[in-house]
Design a protein around this ligand. Sequence first.
Ligand SMILES: [Zn+2]
Length: 357
Amino acid sequence: MFELPPFRKCPKCKKDAFGTLSVGGTMAQKRCAECRYSHGEILPDLDKRVVYLDQFAVSELYKTKTKTRRPGAPSEQFWQDCYALANRAYLRQQVIFPLSNLHSNETIVFHSPEDLRLAHEMFSGETRFENSDHIARLQEWKFAEAYLRGEKPPTLTFTADDVLSGDRNVWLPVYHIGVNSDFSIFAPGLRKSKATAEDGLKQLAEGWVKNRATFDQILKHELSSYGPAMRYAVHEEVKRSYAAVASDDPASVLDMSFGLQNRYKELAALFTKRAVSGKDVSTFLDWKGNEHQPAHKIFAYLMAALGWRVSSGQSPKLSGHPQRFHRDRDLCALCRCDVRRSAMRILAEARPAPFRA
Ligand SMILES: [Zn+2]
C-alpha cells in the first residue's frame, strides 16, 4: 500500500508490482507490493534552474491552482499556462522556486497564510534563499574590507548556490513534511510597517511628480545616497526599538528588530580591529565605491524605474489613492532620499527578530 506507481515487473516474483517506496537525495527506494522485495536505485544527476518568484506571482499561481481566482480577473489564460508549465518543469526536476524571507512577511498578511505558505513550500524543492539582509550584509562587508585596504570596489560573484540553503540538486521527496506554524500574531506589526512604507512612498512619489524627475536623475541620486540612507534606516530602527520598549505593549515588542544595529556594531568592530587612520564606519558609508554594491544598485534601478513611471504620469498604484500625486502638496520635511530608502527598507526589514537566519 505504500508503493507508488508506475509499477514495473518485480525482479523477484515477476509480478507487475515493483513501485517506488521513497525518494531521498539521489536515491529511489523501490519495493514490490506483492513480495516486498526491495532495492535502491541511483537517480540521474540534476542541474535545476533557480527562479525567484515575486510574491504576486506566488499568490496568482496559488489562486490558479486552488481555483480561487476572482472570475474575470485579468490574464487568466496566462496564469493557467504559467502554472501548468511551472508545475511540469518542477515535477520533472528541472526548476525550483525557493522561498524567501520577503515572501514570509507578505504571506503572513495574506488572508489564508497557512495554505499559501504550504503551496509555495511545495514549489521550493526543499530549499530557501538566504535571508536578504544577510546577503546585503555580506556584500557590504566585502566592500568595507576593500575600502580598508584602499582598493577599488570588489567584483562579487553571483552563483545561485551561494545564496541557497538546502541542496539545489536533490530529487523531490515523495512526501513533503511541513511545519504548521502560526505567525499570525506578527501580522498587525507587519501591516503597520507596510502602511508606514506606503506613506513614505506616497510622499516621495509626490516629489517625483512635482520635479518631473527623469530615470537618470533618480538613479544618480539613489546611487549616491548609500550613506544618508543607511544612517536614516539605523536611526529609524533604534527609534522603533525605544518606542516599543517604552510602550509596554507586548505586540510591538514582538515586532522589534535589531538587524541594522547589529550589522553596524559588527562593522564598527572590524574598523577598530584594523585601525586604519582616517577610516571609520562613517567615512566608509560615504565612500563612492558603495555605488557598486549589488543590493544597493538593484534597489537604485528599481526606484528609478518606479520614479520614472510616476513622474511620467503612469502612476502605478502605490496606495490606491493615485490622485494624491496630482495634488499640490509640500514635500515632507525629511530629505527625500531618506524617506524613500526608509520606506523600502521598512518593507524589507519589517520582520520580527525570531525570523532571522
Ligand atoms: Zn515481487
